[in-house]
Ligand binder design. Structure first.
Ligand SMILES: Cc1cc2nc3c(=O)[nH]c(=O)nc-3n(C[C@H](O)[C@H](O)[C@H](O)COP(=O)(O)O)c2cc1C
Length: 329
């Protein structure tokens, strides 16, 4: 798949998720399988305006993660331009604009998902991004704010905007992440009308749901967020099914979890090598390992207790002790 002049190796995209798809996590997922594109979780243009140094931490070593997109969220075109200028010194491939975040904070600040009810503002922001970004611009939207927007209107706005890629999370902003609110018809309708590649997103949790999403909507690629937590090889499982017609279901056990955590720890070490992380390298290692150890115990029999114990650990030593008791009881 091509985005502007950038060729993606495949049509699998890891979703941006705040405090989840950190650099070690993105690298870890990529180590386990081929992923066409990853995104950095949203960076607030307001924050960059106030103190650009505050986002340095999110951009550490991104030049090593090719191809990668950097996502901005904001409502003021001037702040957006200044953020784009600030990012110029970094090496990354795609600039993404967030028009889907449903958080109270985003709606109050008239950014993210709020833009789905102010298409005029959205259009101005997209035009600003396209004008000032030296890289292709992508946009991440929802189907609407309270109810789906008129497809024709949205399609025209996007076709006239100069963006290179659209990602659509197939539910309205007010539906947040609620179970049965997925609306694939809007995605299908938009895809039919757009000249640029479209990425489908929302509730892809296994090879069957991926196949259904793609076949129903005809999207060019898909993005996965939550299912990757605890099942970081989800793209591989889907690939085997779509391309090789092989059913690889997600199974997990202590042995697999131990192996993945070993890979994860090495990935963290590689990432931290040669840098001094502002939060402290040991602390980062602890936070990352703890969070992922909890997720990676997903589907393991009788793992409630270990998750509880892991969540209570306060230091890296404690965490590792708990894990080693679990793996070699
Ligand atoms: C914890 C969390 C953090 C998220 N952070 C972002 C973000 O920074 N930017 C963004 O565009 N979407 C964010 N999202 C939304 C996801 O990118 C994705 O659109 C959503 O989870 C639906 O996909 P899924 O059903 O595969 O999880 C976040 C979602 C979660 C669960």
């Amino acid at each position: 798949m091509k985005i502007g002049s950038i060729n993606l190796e495949n049509r699998y995209i890891l979703a941006p998720m705040l405090n989840v798809t950190t650099a070690p996590y993105r690298r870890f997922c990529r180590k386990l399988q081929k992923i066409g594109l990853v995104y950095i979780p949203m960076l607030y243009t307001k924050k960059i305006e106030k103190n650009p140094k505050s986002v340095e931490i999110d951009l550490l070593k991104i030049e090593e993660e090719t191809p990668i997109g950097v996502q901005l969220i904001g409502s003021d075109p001037k702040a957006l331009k200044r953020s784009i200028d600030y990012l110029n010194s970094y090496k990354f491939e795609i600039l993404d604009l967030n028009a889907g975040c449903p958080s109270k904070r985003a709606i109050k600040a008239q950014e993210g998902g709020f833009l789905m009810k102010d298409l005029e503002k959205l259009s101005i922001l997209i035009k600003t991004a396209v004008k000032y970004s030296s890289r292709p611009v992508s946009l991440k939207i929802r189907t609407g704010f309270e109810k789906p927007v008129k497809i024709e209107k949205l399609a025209q706005l996007i076709n006239d905007s100069g963006i290179s890629l659209l990602t659509i999370h197939a539910r309205t902003v007010l539906s947040k992440f609620y179970g049965d609110t997925l609306d694939l018809d809007i995605v299908k309708g938009l895809k039919e009308r757009l000249k640029i590649p479209v990425v489908g997103n929302g509730d892809i949790i296994n090879p069957v749901s991926a196949k259904h999403f793609i076949e129903y909507t005809n999207v060019d690629a898909f993005m996965i967020g939550r299912e990757s937590m605890g099942n970081p090889e989800i793209f591989n499982q889907i690939h085997e099914y779509l391309v090789n017609n092989k059913k690889v279901s997600f199974i997990n056990n202590r042995n697999m979890m131990e192996k993945k955590l070993e890979i994860y720890e090495n990935t963290i070490d590689e990432f931290l090598n040669g840098i001094t992380h502002p939060l402290g390298n040991q602390e980062i290692k602890f936070i990352e390992l703890k969070r992922n150890a909890i997720w990676l115990s997903k589907n393991i029999d009788n793992s409630t207790k270990i998750r509880y114990q892991l969540s209570k650990s306060k230091t890296l030593i404690q965490l590792k002790e708990t894990l080693s008791n679990f793996f070699s009881p």
